[in-house]
Ligand binder design. Structure first.
Ligand SMILES: Cc1cc2nc3c(=O)[nH]c(=O)nc-3n(C[C@H](O)[C@H](O)[C@H](O)COP(=O)(O)OP(=O)(O)OC[C@H]3O[C@@H](n4cnc5c(N)ncnc54)[C@H](O)[C@@H]3O)c2cc1C
Length: 564
């Protein structure tokens, strides 16, 4: 079948949700029965859309990136971003599906009391197996809505929230977040964009260097009011509408779009505010604190995009290895290749465990069902989830590409796009180092590691399944050694700081091990994954029997042999 753009669609793919046995089991563990019953048909629909609607369009939108038209034919400045129709079709479908609006739907709120983020992020996980670029604007729109709900004055909130959370694509206002400037993205405190009071509003002046979803209707931007102190303390958060109430363009220009390695379907631009009309959010001196709310949500979106990308790598690698023959045998039979497949599947499952635990803690906080402990655990799990899964997504895409051999390197296959798209995940929303430092800050200021470690201990102590007993000791030993090594890291000793990422990696893996063991206890089908992961990371052994089981289960799942 041909679709616009002259690219041939691959043959119809299997539903990304129904072939994902491990994820379906996870949803069953995480969601209350009534929410699960309501959500399941939506997951099935999204699984089919991701595989057969979004995926072919994502390939087109990647190939035909947006362009910027700065002037109309009369020479007037218009700064209009023009998208390939495939991108616009994807955007319409995603927003109309309710990926942002669902959480703000009063009918659903009445029905369930609270619609868990597990549903929203679960759907995002399925979508992002097909398309990574569009997931950024969805995240920005959701994040802007969250900031307005939490911090904006009622008048400002009521003006924009209905449009940010609209299910009607034609009425929708999309969001964006402009923080990064030429002199620094990590060092946001170095921002120089200026805010000048102008009656009941403000005017912004200055340059923003990386602006994704650059033509959004609602921009949240950090700027420094005149006379405010340096650093993050002096920053205010402002809402900058693209279009003014009287229909005129607001006073900022888009100079050009970035020519990016990946996420090419979505427009990232360079912007100068030239006295743009802006509205302060909350208390002008607390802008960075408010912005942190949006950054935190977008870091979780990033982690979800990472596990979605990894899942696609698993799918492509296993599907190919089952079919491809070399030396008279299917390549899935070769032990060296089985090692790579087992690593991919186990690391993906462990990444899922980490990210969905982070989401579960957020749900506990947001729904009011959790204690202070949930908030503190979430505070630490978030940077850990973001940086660790982002790096894994790049690794997994590279592994999947190699399993596809030469074809894997060719743009007619999805693997180059997967790898290019994955490579942004460790950079935007905070680089790996910045997140390791953020995690360290959470451990020093809030002693967040204590709650996380306590939860890990509790999970280990509760293990009673006979097939898991031999795995408990190595994880406990790992945990004890880690506790010793955390002390110099938190004290700031130079050698320990140098090895900082290795230490936080170990904290992550011990957490993942306990989560996988706990899940295996609840569902013995998961024992081989837990066993493989613990053996690999805690004892240095490679368990080929466990690998056989997890590859067989994954392969059968892709064949659709496992029922709903
Ligand atoms: C495609 C794309 C889209 C983007 N979209 C947006 C957007 O919509 N809005 C927005 O505001 N930004 C956006 N960004 C910017 C992005 O968030 C920044 O690029 C990122 O935060 C890094 O900032 P930087 O580029 O200034 O690098 P720098 O801050 O200069 O960092 C350079 C290197 O130094 C390291 N480093 C810095 N400080 C330390 C430290 N204390 N210890 C150890 N290492 C350190 C970093 O880890 C990094 O490896 C986007 C970026 C990309 C690539």
């Amino acid at each position: 079948m041909e679709i616009e753009g002259g690219m041939t669609m691959d043959e119809r793919r299997k539903n990304f949700f129904t072939v994902d046995r491990r994820f379906r089991a996870r949803l069953g563990r995480l969601l209350p029965a009534d929410v699960l019953a309501w959500a399941k048909p939506r997951f099935v629909e999204m699984g089919d859309l991701a595989a057969n609607f979004f995926d072919p369009r994502a390939a087109l939108a990647d190939r035909f990136s947006p362009t910027l038209r700065t002037h109309d034919r009369h020479g007037n400045r218009i700064d209009r971003v023009e998208y390939h129709p495939a991108y616009l079709e994807m955007a319409r479908r995603a927003y109309e599906f309710g990926l942002v609006s669902m959480r703000y739907d009063s009918e659903l709120a009445r029905r369930f009391g609270y619609l868990p983020y597990v549903v929203i992020f679960g759907l995002g996980y399925v979508l992002s197996q097909a398309e990574a670029g569009l997931y950024c604007p969805i995240c920005m729109t959701d994040g802007a809505a969250r900031v307005l709900v939490k911090f904006a004055d009622p008048a400002l909130r009521d003006k924009w929230l209905p449009r940010l959370t609209s299910r009607d694509f034609d009425a929708l206002a999309q969001g964006a977040m402009f923080l990064t400037e030429k002199q620094g993205g990590s060092d946001v405190g170095a921002n120089t964009t200026k805010a000048v009071a102008d009656g009941d509003r403000w005017r912004l002046y200055g340059d923003k260097w990386f602006c994704s979803n650059v033509d959004a209707d609602v921009i949240l931007a950090l700027a420094r009011p005149e006379g405010a102190p340096p650093g993050t303390r002096g920053l205010g958060l402002f809402l900058v509408p693209r279009t003014l109430d009287d229909g005129r363009r607001n006073a900022y220009c888009i100079h050009r779009l970035k020519d990016k390695l990946g996420v090419r379907s979505m427009a990232t631009g360079e912007v100068t505010f030239e006295g743009a009309e802006a509205y302060v959010i909350g208390d002008v001196g607390r802008g960075f604190t408010y912005m942190t709310e949006m950054i935190n949500l977008s870091r979780l979106y990033n982690a979800v995009a990472s596990i979605g990308s990894m899942r696609r790598s698993v799918y492509e690698a296993v599907a190919h290895a089952k079919e491809r023959e070399a030396f008279g045998r299917r390549i899935i039979e070769f032990p060296l290749l089985r090692r790579v497949l087992a690593d991919l599947i186990a690391e993906h499952e462990a990444a899922m465990a980490l990210v969905f635990e982070t989401i579960r803690q957020l749900d506990l906080v947001d729904s009011g069902a959790g204690s202070e402990d949930a908030a503190v655990q979430h505070r630490l799990l978030l940077p850990l989830s973001k940086y660790y899964t982002a790096r894994l997504a790049v690794w997994a895409a590279s592994q999947a590409m190699e399993i596809l051999g030469g074809n894997g390197y060719i743009e007619e296959f999805v693997t180059p796009r997967l790898l290019r798209d994955a490579q942004v995940l460790p950079i935007w929303e905070g680089t790996t180092n910045i997140l390791v430092l953020d995690a360290r800050r959470a451990m020093i200021k809030e002693e967040a590691h204590l709650g996380l470690i306590e939860a890990t201990r509790r999970r280990l102590e509760a293990l009673h399944h006979s097939d898991l007993q031999d795995l408990r000791g190595p994880v406990e030993a790992h945990l004890t050694k880690l506790l010793d090594d955390l002390i110099p890291f938190l004290d700031g000793q130079t050698e320990a700081l140098f090895a900082g990422q290795a230490i936080t990696d170990r904290l992550i893996r011990v957490t993942q091990a306990s989560l996988l063991l706990d899940e295996a206890q609840q569902n013995p089908d998961e024992i081989p994954v837990a066993r493989y992961f613990v053996q690999k990371h805690m004892t240095g052994m490679l368990d080929s029997k466990a690998a056989d089981s997890i590859i067989r289960a994954e392969s059968e799942s892709l064949d659709g042999e496992v029922g709903d």
